[in-house]
Design a protein. Structure first.
Length: 98
């Protein structure tokens, strides 16, 4: 099966930076323990640490489905909407250059 690669981005509301950083660190620790997670790397933009970018790779589609159905992911996403601009993360699916 083909790996699933995802790039997620969002902007944190001013004053919410500390809470989102805490949430992201907690989420990263859990996602990295998922059997099908290959990589989960959250970053912030150097010149604007309110802008988050998360690079994620899952072993296959089933591993990604397991990831998005995890209870702790739903809790994270539910709270995240209170702390970010817009309605949610912008997701971009990536594939290797052939």
């Amino acid at each position: 099966m083909e790996q699933r690669t995802l790039y997620a981005e969002f902007t944190v509301k001013e004053g919410h930076e500390a809470r989102v950083a805490e949430m992201m660190n907690e989420l990263a620790a859990r996602v990295r323990q998922e059997p099908g997670n290959v990589m989960f790397l959250p970053y912030v933009r150097e010149e604007n640490p309110r802008e988050y970018f998360v690079f994620e790779i899952y072993a296959d589609e089933q591993a990604f489905q397991d990831h998005i159905s995890a209870d702790y992911g739903a809790v994270f996403n539910n709270e995240l909407t209170e702390h970010i601009e817009g309605e949610g993360s912008e997701l971009t699916w990536l594939r290797p250059i052939e």
